[in-house]
Design a protein around this ligand. Sequence first.
Ligand SMILES: Cc1cc2nc3c(=O)[nH]c(=O)nc-3n(C[C@H](O)[C@H](O)[C@H](O)COP(=O)(O)OP(=O)(O)OC[C@H]3O[C@@H](n4cnc5c(N)ncnc54)[C@H](O)[C@@H]3O)c2cc1C
Ligand code: FES
Ligand code: FES
Length: 492
Amino acid sequence: MIEFLLNDELVRIEHERADLTVLNYLRDSRAMCGTKEGCASGDCGACTVVVAELNTEQASSRRLNYYSLNSCVTFLSAIHGKQLITVEHIGNTSNMHPVQQAMVDNHGSQCGFCTPGFIMSMFALYHSDKTTNTEKEATLARHHVTTALSGNLCRCTGYQPIINAALEACSNTPNDAFTANEAFTITRLIDINKNTDIGTEQLILPTTRALLKQALNKYPRARLVAGSTDLALEHTQQLNALDTLISVSHIPALSRIEQRPDKLVFGAASPLNKIHDVLTQYFPMLDEIVERFASLPIRNQATLGGNIANASPIGDMPPVMLALNANVLVDSGDSVRKIPINEFFVDYRKTKLQKNEWIDAIEVPLPESKNQIRAYKISKRFEDDISAVCAAFNLALDEKNCIKALSTGFGGLAATPIQSSLLQDSLIGKHWASKETLTLGKSILQDAFAPIDDVRASAAYRKTVVVNLWHRFWLETNTSTQQIATRVIEHA
Ligand SMILES: Cc1cc2nc3c(=O)[nH]c(=O)nc-3n(C[C@H](O)[C@H](O)[C@H](O)COP(=O)(O)OP(=O)(O)OC[C@H]3O[C@@H](n4cnc5c(N)ncnc54)[C@H](O)[C@@H]3O)c2cc1C
Ligand code: FES
Ligand code: FES
C-alpha cells in the first residue's frame, strides 16, 4: 500500500500503475486541476507541488521539512509516508495564504497559467529556514528567492514582481495554518511511517537491503527508481510503459550522508539538495556546479546515485566525481564491491553494474592537502539547462607551487564521462604558474577528445571550449592572474 496525506486527507493506494505520475494522479484521478501541466518534463514548473516530510536528521526538532518538486516527473513512490500539499489547500479567495496575497499585491500574475507553480515554490520557501528579514542579508534573501524560483517559467508577467512578492512574503517567520497544525501532521505522518509493509505489486518499496535483493530476484524485468527525474521522462516523453518499479528511496542506509576523517560517503539515494551542503562545506568551489544542476525542485528529487547510474555523457556529477577520485560502492545484496569511478563507465550509458546489482553509495576521498578544485559548466542557459561541456579539475601543488597531482573529469566530449590521463600524467612536476604549463595543457586538451555535433553544441565548439576552460582554471588559480576577468556571468 502507498499511504500519504493529500493535503489533510489520508490516502491509501493499493492498486495503481507504477508509472502514474503525481501530476496525473492529481488531475485525472482526483480532478484537482489547480496543478498545471506545461512541459511534462520537469522544465517549466507549472506542475510544482510541495511535500512535507518528517525531519529524520533532527527527529527531536519536531519540525517538518517542506520542499518543492515537479509532480510531472515524480511517481507515487516518492510521496509514501509524506504530506503532499497542492495549491488548492494553501488558501482561497476569501482567506489567502501570505504568498498568494503578496503575489496579488505585487501584480505577480497575468494569464495565470504559471501562477500555481510559482505559488507552490514560494510556499516551500516560506516554510524553509533560508528566509531572513534583516537588511544586511537582503542580497542573500534574493539569492534564496531566485534559487527557490529557479524551476518556474513565466512567459507574460516578468520576474521582478514575482521576486518582489516572494521577498515580501518569505522574509518572515512562517505563521500560517500549516505551522499551527504541524504537531498534528507530524503525529499522523509518524503513524503512517510505522507501517513496514509498504508498496504495491507494481510499485515495490523495499525498506532493507535484503528486501531490495529479494525484489530484484522476484521481478527480473523491474526497473530501479530513485528520484525518477530521468526515468519518468521515458514515460512522459517517450511514452514507454514502466510496468514494475522498485524504489531505492525507502532504505535508510541508501540515504546516508557520512563525514569521516578521510572521506565523505553519500548514499546513492541522497538527493542533490542534501548533498549540496556537505559537499560544499569541504569543496566550496563546487557550489556553482551544484546550484546550476537543473532547478531546486529537480535537485530536491534527483539523486547522486541516479546521476551516476544513468551514465549520461552530459551529466554534471560524473565529471565532478571523476575529478574528486570518487569510488562507487556497488551492492548485490550479498557483498559490496568498490569500483573507482574512472573504471565505472564502460560505454555510452553502460556501466560496470551487473544484473541485480545497485549503487549503494559514492565515496569521496578528502584530499590531504588544500587542493584547487573547480568545476565548470557550459550550457545555453545559465539556470536549469543540461551541459554542452562540463570540465572539472582537482589540482594538488607542492610547497614550490609544482604539480603533485592532477585529476580531471569531462562531460559532453565523449560517449561517457571521461578523464584525460595524458593531461594528468604529463603535468606532474611542472610549475603551475608557468605559461609553459598552461600551453602544454592546452595542446594536450586540443586533441584529447573526439566530441560530436548535436543540438547543444558543435564538435568544434566543444573542442575549443574545453581548451578555454583549462585556460580559465589556470587564470583563476594563479595568484598573479586572479584579477583577470574570466566570466560573463558571476555565480551569486
Ligand atoms: C528538468 C530536468 C533538468 C535536469 N538537469 C540536469 C542537469 O543540469 N544536470 C544533470 O546531470 N542532470 C540533469 N537532469 C537529469 C536528472 O535529474 C539526473 O540525472 C538525476 O541525478 C537522476 O537521478 P534520479 O534519482 O532522478 O534517477 P532516476 O530517474 O530515478 O533513475 C535514473 C536511472 O538510474 C537508475 N538508478 C537510480 N538509482 C539507482 C541505484 N541506486 N542503483 C542503480 N541504479 C539506479 C534507474 O534505474 C534509472 O535507470 C535533469 C532532469 C530534468 C527532468
Ligand atoms: S509540467 Fe513543466 S515542470 Fe512539470
Ligand atoms: S502569468 Fe502568464 S505565464 Fe506567467
